[in-house]
Design a binder for this molecule. Structure first.
Ligand code: FES
Length: 196
């Protein structure tokens, strides 16, 4: 898991800390990652370094890869228990963007349509090589689950938010999200704390 960025050590000039994109976006440790901005253009005259705090997503165990049945979505809530956080994990049987598991075909998504929140639970569609969520029962938007939830039809203009997965042996974990959950201004409450 991503480790907390150490910004506390003092004394002497230090080379800039290198962060991977994953380190930047995610931290499953329960602590927020802190990025120092003092050296960026526009911040040079800052009297005190500014810090950007990035939300830490929970690391949630979803189950075992080997227990998933082909094309049978399983529901869960992520990143926390809330009606808008209804999500599903599914083994597609074809490789997918950000897919995990031996065939890289296990993916997970939020289950609310990005147009007006239509519920996509039970709207999994397998057609040849296509693996889709939809059509949405409200205005028929349809999302491609092999390509990060890309909108392929309907009124929605944003992809279905993808739940990022990691594996540890046969165990699969939700560790973050790509995209904004419908109805939220942030995927985590401002005062959210893991386990709180
Ligand atoms: S709410 Fe899903 S297409 Fe409008």
């Amino acid at each position: 898991m991503a480790s907390e960025t150490d910004t506390s050590a003092g004394g002497g000039e230090k080379p800039p800390t290198c962060l991977t994109r994953r380190d930047f976006l995610l931290s499953g440790s329960g602590a927020a990652t802190t990025i120092m901005l003092a050296s960026l253009p526009g911040f040079a005259r800052a009297q005190e370094p500014l810090a950007l705090r990035v939300a830490a997503y929970p690391r949630k165990r979803l189950g075992r890869i080997s227990r998933l049945q082909l094309n049978q979505p399983v529901e869960f809530h992520y990143p926390y228990e809330h009606a808008h956080c209804r999500s599903f994990i599914v083994k597609l049987g074809v490789p997918a963007g950000a897919g995990v598991g031996p065939e890289q075909d296990v993916v997970a998504f939020n289950a609310l349509c990005t147009h007006q929140g239509g519920l996509l639970s039970g709207m999994y569609l397998q057609e040849g090589a296509f693996r889709l969520a939809g059509p949405c029962p409200i205005h028929l938007s349809t999302f491609d689950l092999t390509r990060h939830g890309l909108i392929v039809a309907g009124h929605a203009t944003q992809s279905l938010p993808q739940v990022l997965l990691e594996t540890d042996g046969d165990a699969v974990y939700a560790t973050g999200m790509m995209g904004l959950v419908y109805g939220f201004s942030s995927n985590l409450p401002r005062d959210w704390k893991e386990g709180g």
